[in-house]
Design a protein around this ligand. Structure first.
Ligand code: ZN
Length: 117
């Protein structure tokens, strides 16, 4: 019981450090992209070591291949596309990797899917 409590605290500290490192990475990416990449790689290493999941909304903020923080207009290109399904494509301008996030339209009142635009 006690061990579980301690693990919970460790995971909480790890999550705090991950959030802080990602915030620093986004702040510093304009002037020092190498340092920003280092911050992201450290955050990912902390999450793997402590088995803490990075929140889904924050996963869109960095490139999985080269660890560059993705700022639209500076290190990333963001487009809405409707090729096979409508999605947002985020292209990393450092390595060219593409992230795709599907666009799902949901009715707030009923939770039903309305279809793609
Ligand atoms: Zn990249």
């Amino acid at each position: 019981m006690r061990r579980y409590g301690r693990r919970h605290v460790v995971k909480d500290i790890a999550l705090q450090r991950i959030l802080k490192l990602l915030k620093y990475a986004l702040n510093v990416v304009k002037c020092d992209p190498v340092l920003a990449r280092r911050y992201v790689s450290l955050a990912l290493r902390i999450s793997k070591r402590n088995r803490v999941k990075i929140p889904h909304s924050l996963k869109l903020l960095y490139c999985k291949k080269c660890y560059t923080p993705l700022l639209p207009g500076i290190t990333a290109r963001v487009r809405i596309r409707t090729n096979r399904f409508s999605h947002i494509s985020i292209t990393c301008l450092h390595c060219g990797a593409v992230k795709r996030k599907p666009l799902k339209l949901k009715c707030k009142a009923h939770g039903k899917r309305l279809g793609t635009p």
